[in-house]
Design a binder for this molecule. Structure first.
Ligand SMILES: Cc1cc2nc3c(=O)[nH]c(=O)nc-3n(C[C@H](O)[C@H](O)[C@H](O)COP(=O)(O)OP(=O)(O)OC[C@H]3O[C@@H](n4cnc5c(N)ncnc54)[C@H](O)[C@@H]3O)c2cc1C
Length: 668
């Protein structure tokens, strides 16, 4: 059986095989989802945790609330429905994550190879904002040897983890546990420190911070400039959620309208439907640090009260166009939300200075002929929805009031301008990423951009050039598929009953019981296993064609291969002729040149029957593993601007000695 040992590739070299593992390829931090799902299937839960944690400092949190691009790309989704990768991650993190009160697996699970290898006792760096972006930068730089201080405007760290995501989706003790694991790497956190109010970028420089990271996110909500938007009872969704999550809910009436059709609008609406008047206290970070949990008791009292509140969601989109995840819309409906699709808000109707309703018109199309967001309306179709509270949830915006001309940091359309490859701002010693640099995305995108930003900061400070490479290896695939795995349906993890959850702050989703987790994990199609054909050994017996249960292997002539330009180029190269010369051959002549085995990778279930059937062992099932790593070279990174605001650039030479150099010398 052909086998190679581990070897290094530039990313492009292993590209085809990496793209075959679609979950890992789609994950911005390239978590080995296929690896941990199969480890769970085999009962290796600690291995699973380590794989989930390796490239992600927020594995436990992502196990609860990741937007899960891995699932959107899971190959099983093209057969029936994707493997429940996110919920399976939670199954592993529940057992070994820092929420168990022990940081050992968290520390040991970190893939140190992803971090720059030249470690030392390095200079102080400042991180502004304790959201996932800021804390990921802190996590990476602290491990390399920097003295990291994180400055956070609010009284608790977490950014949207604590201010945005409602407590019933993400328990705050879990958030605090994972943040504490990061802080335990030797990071200093200073809360109630707002950039622009308590300090400036210039003052950080003056205090001796040699580089500054801005991970300040998009903290503000947006409102539409409608008549009546200033009436009492009109809020923006971010103010509403922050207050809700801090345990001081804003006063609302009995008929609430949430304007917006995205996931954040559903966070707002599903929070609003809960009994705010009784839930005057959610578990704040201070409660959690004191080890007290009062929210659950309060929620139980709330359940005994009958709610007469109505929450309506009004959005431009048709039901099928809504940006909110299907599960949000479904669970929201179960909790009693009333959805009004294809309605555009026109006016907030007031009475005695207070909200009395929302006047809407029909939205006939959200997108124009070019697919751009450009809503058109049927003004004749008017509907007024009675309400006493209106909450806008139509997007987030930045607060860059802290920027001063002397900072040298430029912004564009409310975002900080960065080099998208390095996340360096226009001021060489200032870096920024996360939502404030790339706009609103997912936690996992902010984590990924922060990993790149941390590496760039290291290169900037050390005068080095770091690159990401891939270490890949092939080995014989040894596995068995669980009986009936191809028939198993996806099961959502258990959730609290709709009536109970709508009247409490209970965390909605529970974890899989172990037997269900293993069964769900066994649905994985093992995209990291490949059917490798050795053409020299093939007898063209077509045994593999006959046995394939999915009918996806075919023996075909060269004429068919030549139908695609890719196939044509391949045949031409095999025959050592120019592609245009193939026009001289007719079908029979092309087919007489030989045949090829064609396999449709999209629906292969890796059952291995073709390999077992092959009489000449021309087909083998081989496992492809790859891990990203950071390789740091001496010499300046040409993608970075060096030399700035009174900063001295250090250059670490290959011999490990650190020399001071002037900026003029360093400029590429
Ligand atoms: C309501 C809501 C729910 C979401 N749910 C999900 C989800 O379920 N899954 C998912 O993948 N993504 C979700 N997202 C998206 C996700 O929250 C963001 O992509 C992510 O938080 C971006 O991280 P960040 O670190 O850039 O910003 P943030 O998380 O916003 O962190 C920024 C931090 O900077 C601090 N800060 C701001 N200004 C200053 C200042 N001047 N001085 C000091 N500190 C400052 C803030 O207080 C905050 O702590 C959600 C977003 C929202 C709004």
């Amino acid at each position: 059986m052909a086998q190679t040992g581990g070897h290094f590739d530039v990313i492009g070299g292993a590209g085809y095989w990496m793209e075959m593992v679609k979950c890992q390829d789609a994950c911005p931090v390239h978590t080995d989802a296929c690896g941990y799902v199969n480890a769970i299937a085999e009962g290796r839960d600690e291995d699973a945790y380590r794989m989930a944690r390796a490239t992600n400092p927020f594995a436990s949190i992502c196990g609860r609330v990741c937007g899960a691009p891995c699932e959107a790309n899971c190959r099983r989704g093209s057969l029936d429905s994707p493997v429940s990768i996110r919920a399976l991650k939670r199954f592993a993190t529940d057992r070994f994550g820092p929420e168990n009160g022990d940081f050992k697996s968290y520390r040991e699970g970190c893939n140190q190879q992803m971090l720059p290898q030249n470690r030392g006792d390095y200079e102080p760096v400042a991180v502004v904002g304790a959201g996932v972006a800021g804390l990921t930068v802190a996590h990476d730089l602290a491990q390399v040897g920097y003295k990291v201080t994180v400055f956070e405007a609010y009284s608790a760290p977490g950014g949207m983890l604590t201010a945005g995501v409602p407590v019933f989706r993400l328990p705050r003790d879990l958030v605090m546990a994972e943040i504490n694991a990061i802080l335990s790497l030797g990071i200093e956190l200073k809360c109630n420190q707002r950039l622009g109010r308590d300090f400036t970028i210039e003052s950080l420089r003056a205090q001796g911070f040699k580089a500054v990271f801005l991970g300040v996110g998009l903290p503000k909500g947006r409102k539409l400039d409608l008549p009546g938007a200033n009436l009492s009872g009109v809020y923006d969704g971010m103010d509403f959620l922050r207050a809700f999550n801090e345990g001081n809910p804003l006063p609302v009436g009995k008929r609430i309208i949430v304007i917006g059709g995205g996931n954040v609008a559903y966070d707002v609406a599903r929070s609003a439907v809960r009994p705010l008047e009784l839930l005057g206290h959610t578990d704040t970070m201070a409660d959690i640090e004191r080890g007290e949990s009062v929210a659950y008791d309060v929620a139980r009292s709330a359940m005994r009260m009958s709610g007469d509140k109505e929450v309506h969601v009004v959005c431009l989109e048709k039901r099928s166009e809504m940006p909110a995840d299907e599960i949000e819309v479904t669970e929201g409906a179960e909790e009693g939300l009333v959805l009004h699709n294809s309605r555009g808000p026109r006016e907030i109707v007031g009475r005695d200075g207070k909200v009395a309703g929302l006047r809407t018109v029909e939205c006939s199309a959200v997108f124009d002929a070019n697919g751009r967001f450009n809503p058109s309306f049927n003004e004749a179709n008017v509907e007024e929805i009675p309400a006493d509270t209106i909450i806008f949830s139509i997007g987030q915006s930045s607060d860059l009031s802290f920027l001063q001309p002397g900072d040298g940091v430029e912004s564009n359309r409310g975002l900080i301008k960065v080099d998208p490859e390095t996340y360096q701002t226009s001021a060489p010693d200032v870096f920024a990423c996360g939502d404030i640099a790339h706009g609103p995305r997912l936690f996992i995108n902010a984590i990924r951009s922060a990993q790149i930003a941390a590496r760039s900061m290291h290169d900037f400070l050390r005068g080095t050039r770091s690159e990401e490479t891939v270490r890949s290896s092939w080995s014989p695939a040894v596995y068995t598929m669980r009986e009936g795995w191809d028939q198993l349906r996806r099961h959502h993890p258990p959730v609290v009953d709709a009536a109970e959850r709508a009247s409490s702050l209970q965390v909605i989703e529970d974890t899989y019981p172990a037997d269900v987790a293993r069964a769900q994990a066994s649905r994985c199609l093992r995209c990291n296993v490949n059917t490798v054909f050795d053409t020299a050994m093939c007898l063209a017996c077509t045994g593999c064609v006959d046995i394939c249960p999915e009918n996806l292997i075919r023996l075909t002539g060269m004429a068919e291969v030549c139908r695609t330009s890719e196939g044509r180029d391949w045949v031409a190269s095999m025959l050592a002729v120019a592609p245009a010369d193939l026009d001289k051959y007719d079908k029979a002549q092309l087919d007489s040149l030989g045949g090829v085995m064609m396999k449709d990778e999209t629906t292969c279930i890796r059952c291995g029957l073709c390999a077992a059937r092959c009489p000449s062992h021309a087909i083998t099932m081989q496992r492809f593993d790859f891990h990203r790593m950071c390789v740091t070279f001496p010499g300046l990174n040409p993608k970075l601007k060096h030399g700035s605001n009174a900063l001295e650039v250090r250059s670490e030479e290959g011999n490990g000695q650190v020399k001071q150099k002037s900026h003029a010398q360093e400029r590429p």
